[in-house]
Ligand binder design. Sequence first.
Ligand code: PSU
Ligand code: MN
Length: 305
Amino acid sequence: MPTEPVSPNLDIAPDISEALESGQPVVALESTIISHGMPYPRNVETALAVENAVREGGAAPATIAILGGRLKVGLDADDIRHLGKKGSDVIKCSRRDLPFVVARKHDGATTVAATMIIAAMAGIRVFATGGIGGVHRGVEQTLDVSADLEELAHTNVAVVCAGIKSVLDIGRTLEYLETHGVPVVGYQTDTLPAFYARESDFGVDYRADTPADVADALRSKWDMGLDGGMVIAVPVPAEHALDREEIDAVIDEAIVEMQHQGITGKDTTPFLLARIAERTGGRSLDANIQLVINNARVAAAIAAA
Ligand code: PSU
Ligand code: MN
């Protein structure tokens, strides 16, 4: 297994370092989904429920964030409440934000990219979230490509998510991942899930039906020295899925509104998530919560395998 440079600013919670030292399964969880991805107090309830789902799956949950400039691996409930209450007053941190947030001893919520970096430092290989960033629609004008993709290209952490949201340009996101050698795996599906909806118009590179199947491929990848992550795409449970045409129409409207308001850069994903939740009367938020909990269960099983 690869080793990563370890920062002097890294704090691993005692239960997590014990689990890692004794070879017990650990699942990393991100914090931008708490502060920027969902409204208070459901963000806090969800983060705690996701940790429980990991525990029920037989793994230790390590929620990751930056508190007072320390890279925290494993938060307690008070830390999670703090991030959930502060919401978008916490700095959304991707790779480029880490130097200043750490040096200035600020609080930061970690995106998929930053969570992968810190998880890798701690030696955690499996990470569960809702959605990853990708190539945005309109990339021809904006060049908006999430740093999450670049991190997946280099950092040795598997990301269990609910596929790729149609907020993004799904086809171009897949092309980018292919170029960078990141396998996109359908968990018990041949079709790439589209977050709120169980299906997109795209297939996956490989289908895996069991946690062991995924774990074997990860081991093989890293044993060969092929650095980088893997996307494990899990469809939202059928009873919580939204209708594809309906959600796509809502997303189209939200994107037009975002362009009118001149929202760009790191504010785009939080804006779109909030607007979509508003326009669906909260149904997108319900789906989002259920899919993250489901991903946490799958990630725990992969980590155990
Ligand atoms: N997708 C979601 N919820 C989220 C995010 C994405 O459904 O909370 C967050 C994740 O933290 C992801 C980040 O890493 O947004 C991507 O932001 P950007 O597109 O600015 O890279
Ligand atoms: Mn972006």
